[in-house]
Design a protein around this ligand. Structure first.
Ligand code: ADP
Ligand code: MG
Length: 253
């Protein structure tokens, strides 16, 4: 057995006295698409932020493949050194709700900046990949524009291209379409669907239930800092077992 691409075990996280993640364990296998659903305030963003090292865990362990990012010594999480953390950061990409593009950079520079300046890859290779990704995102004619000249849907597709340009093992999305109107949502969901068809490993927090059912292999329903229910996508959406999951899904009917 090889290690899962990402593995989180007994994760705990508080802000002050508020316990946001209470005991979360999950793992993501190569090629798997995991959707995380649940009500607002349930801890979904905090979970992604902990998995992508934007927040530190209070307790529990996190690893990327064979790379132990944080281990739990019994009284809390202990993080690896600088080298471990910087290696871990090459394993994932993150796409935010509000795109978070660099406003003064062109589309092309948004996509090529980190591969050139952080990864220090050869320029011709980075440019070739960026052009290819932008074609794939339907943005081939937008390369020299700046983000404010694009629609929200186009900006989000730039953000996806930017994340992919780092060649991550796994891509995390935090409600990638919740800032978009339905028409623009479609284009972004199609891009994610295409990535799933290519077996890109992804973890997607979403309120799009039918999308989650169709695209995800595994669905996690989170509420109040716990995983309330999880399982094959079809089963969780069409035949939930827990009352709380049923109630939540009924509101998305
Ligand atoms: P979700 O993404 O499921 O809506 P969040 O992870 O954003 O949930 O938030 C879960 C809880 O944690 C909320 O009560 C929120 O107010 C709180 N929270 C999130 N981030 C912070 C923070 N940086 N400081 C204090 N409280 C926070
Ligand atoms: Mg959130």
């Amino acid at each position: 057995m090889t290690n899962p691409l990402v593995s989180l075990s007994h994760a705990r996280k508080s802000f002050g006295k508020t316990e946001v993640l209470k005991d979360i364990s999950l793992s993501v296998e190569q090629g798997q698409v995991v959707a995380i659903i649940g009500p607002s305030g349930g801890g979904k963003s905090t979970l992604l932020r902990c998995m992508t090292l934007l927040e530190t865990l209070d307790g529990g362990s996190l690893s990327y493949g064979d790379l132990a990012v944080a281990t739990d010594n019994g009284s809390g999480s202990v993080y690896g050194g600088k080298a471990v953390l910087s290696q871990a950061k090459t394993r994932f990409g993150l796409v935010f709700q509000n795109f978070n593009l660099f406003p003064h950079y062109t589309v092309l520079k948004n996509v090529t900046d980190a591969p050139l300046s952080v990864q220090k890859r050869p320029k011709d290779q980075v440019m070739a990949q960026a052009h290819e990704l932008l074609v794939k995102m339907g943005l081939e004619r937008k390369e020299n524009m700046v983000p404010c000249e694009l629609s929200g849907g186009q900006q989000q597709r730039v953000a996806i291209a930017r994340a992919l340009a780092l060649n991550p093992d796994v891509l995390f999305f935090d409600e990638p379409t919740s800032a978009l109107d339905p028409e623009l949502t479609k284009g972004v969901l199609k891009v994610i669907r295409d990535l799933a068809d290519e077996h890109m490993t992804m973890v997607i927090v979403t309120h799009e239930m039918s999308f989650a059912r169709d695209v995800a292999d595994h669905i996690i329903f989170m509420d109040g800092g716990y995983i309330v229910e999880e399982g094959p996508a079809e089963q969780v959406i069409n035949n939930p077992q827990q009352e709380r999951t049923k109630l939540f899904l009924a509101n998305y009917g």
